[in-house]
Design a binder for this molecule. Structure first.
Ligand code: NAD
Length: 495
């Protein structure tokens, strides 16, 4: 039975990576389809409790040695891993595009670099980490970050390579070993990642990848008794399950969930800059958790701003994500396509007006038109719930207070975008927004040292820089009685 498939001219192992080796495909598989043209790319192994158990055992076995290498020892290996990712840029980009429909040019120009940086950054960060010292009245405290053990990492399909490395980097750099469960709609780049890690000298068992569907492999992983951390990125309903399983075993969990982020444009804003950025919300066909999907515009400039947005969005050509000039590729899967189309249909039935798009694209397949829906009320389903497609809503406000009320008026709190030329207004509005990240006059800038995560239903916890290390480590305070060694030493020499 073939254990590799060929995507374009890239060979990808379709088994799991457990203990540094790819497994054979096995008899239980799931089909992987390319959203570009519906072509079946191949059959990938469908893991379950047995494979998860093997992977956790391999990770547990590798943990003591990996942890004892220290940040320097691990850093040498992780830097080679990061370089290995860069060396396979063309392969990773082509496979990710074929698998999830993301733009090839974006993968070549940004995503793979970022994936490598996710590993290299945390490798360096770990080496620079010192034990924080806190002087008390009687004792000297030293705060140590000890690796927790085996980290279970679960990622979604919209950006598997980026999001997996964002978790793998800090988990490994801080001395944990990993079991990664990639998304079943786009599992292939994580298989390449495991192969690159093995070639770079990441020791067997340190990074394990178990392929499979969420309800089987994912569920077995979050319920496994020998897992010390669970870091999950995905939808809110799955997040609830993950949180439930983590609660049962009191396993620390980090949840990065859905978003319905507001995009506020004040009357004093750079309207061209804001319009270009509104159009950028159609990147990855809108399948971006952070996207500012609720455009809130000052009523006094609404008509003018709308013209500029429609002009900017006009340059977003829909089509095959491998071709130059294309800005919006397909949705990932027929189920996602139906979900997006149904959202828009229901919204229009309820009175929403399509200012842009509003229907499947004439190309057919999984291509959907970039869409902006006006005439929507704050309590409308399409305003309140994440669509996860190229669909924005359009509302107006009369005052800063109303803008903040509308922005905060959902159960999400992942991010927000604010466009204004007034620094004081920006500060006040940012302070009033419920969001893990507020971008002012910019969007999607994510420095790796800053905290990242969501408020309300958008998640629990923060990752990034020290926040990742706080999560992936057991934090231990060592309190040493002041001067006790000198006294003890003196007592010994007296005796
Ligand atoms: P999903 O919740 O369906 O799946 C995410 C992952 O969880 C997949 O690997 C899946 O196999 C796994 N899974 C499914 N059921 C499971 C179970 N019972 N136990 C354990 N694992 C299980 O989400 P999705 O549709 O793949 O991704 C889209 C969602 O992810 C959107 O809501 C989006 O906003 C969110 N997302 C959030 C962020 C963030 O950083 N906050 C980033 C990207 C995507």
């Amino acid at each position: 039975m073939t254990s590799r498939i060929v995507v374009g001219d890239v060979e990808v192992a379709v088994g799991h990576w457990i203990g540094g080796e790819p497994s054979g495909r096995g008899s239980r598989t799931f089909e992987v389809m390319s959203p570009i043209d519906g072509r079946v790319l191949g059959e990938v192994s469908a893991g379950g409790p047995t494979e998860i158990d093997q992977a956790v055992a391999a990770a547990r076995g590798a943990f003591p040695r990996w942890a004892s290498l220290g940040a320097e020892g691990r850093g040498k290996v992780l830097d080679r891993f990061a370089q290995g990712i860069l060396d396979r840029k063309a392969a990773l980009s082509a496979v990710e595009t074929a698998d999830n429909g993301s733009l090839l040019i974006a993968n070549l120009k940004r995503v793979v670099d970022r994936a490598a940086h996710n590993i290299a950054f945390f490798s360096k960060f770990a080496r620079q980490l010192t034990h924080e010292a806190m002087r008390g009245d009687e004792v000297d405290n030293r705060v140590r970050h000890e690796p927790a053990g085996v980290a279970a990492l679960i990622t979604p399909w919209n950006a598997p390579l980026m999001l997996s490395t964002w978790k793998v980097g800090p988990a490994l750099a801080s001395g944990n070993t990993v079991v990664l469960k990639p998304p079943e709609w786009a599992p292939l780049s994580c298989s390449l990642l495991a192969e690159i890690a093995a070639a770079a000298g990441v020791p067997p068992g340190v990074l394990n990848v178990v392929q499979g569907v969420g309800a089987e492999a994912g569920q077995a992983l979050i319920e496994h008794p020998n897992v010390d951390r669970i870091s999950f990125t995905g939808s809110i309903p799955t997040g609830r399950r993950v949180a439930g399983a983590a609660a049962t075993r009191v396993t620390p969990v980090s949840l990065e969930l859905g978003g319905k982020s507001p995009f506020l444009v004040f009357a004093d804003a750079d309207l061209d800059g804001a319009a270009t950025t509104v159009a950028a919300q159609f990147h990855n066909a809108g399948q971006v958790c952070l996207a500012g999907t609720r455009v809130l515009v000052a009523a006094s400039i609404e008509a003018e701003f709308r013209q500029r947005v429609l002009k900017a969005a006009g340059s977003y050509v829909v089509g095959d994500p491998r071709q130059r000039g294309i800005r919006v590729g397909p949705l990932i899967h027929p189920r996602q396509f139906d979900r997006v189309a149904a959202f828009v249909r229901r919204a229009r039935d309820a009175g929403a007006v399509a200012l842009l798009g509003g229907a499947p694209h004439e190309l057919g397949g999984l291509y959907y038109q970039p869409t902006i829906l006006g005439n929507v009320k704050q309590d409308a389903e399409v305003v309140q719930n994440e669509v996860f497609g190229p669909v924005l809503t359009w509302q107006t406000f009369e005052s800063d207070a109303e803008a903040i009320d509308l922005a905060n008026g959902t159960s999400y709190g992942l991010a927000a975008v604010v466009y204004t030329r007034d620094a004081r207004r920006a500060e006040a509005v940012a302070a009033g927004l419920v969001a893990g990240t507020v971008w002012v006059n910019c969007y999607f800038v994510r420095d790796l040292e800053v905290p990242f995560g969501g408020s309300r239903q958008s998640g629990i916890g923060r990752e990034g820089g020290m926040y990742s290390f706080d999560f992936f480590c057991d934090i231990k305070n060592v309190a040493v009685k002041r001067d006790s060694f000198e006294k003890l030493g003196a007592a010994q020499s007296d005796g």
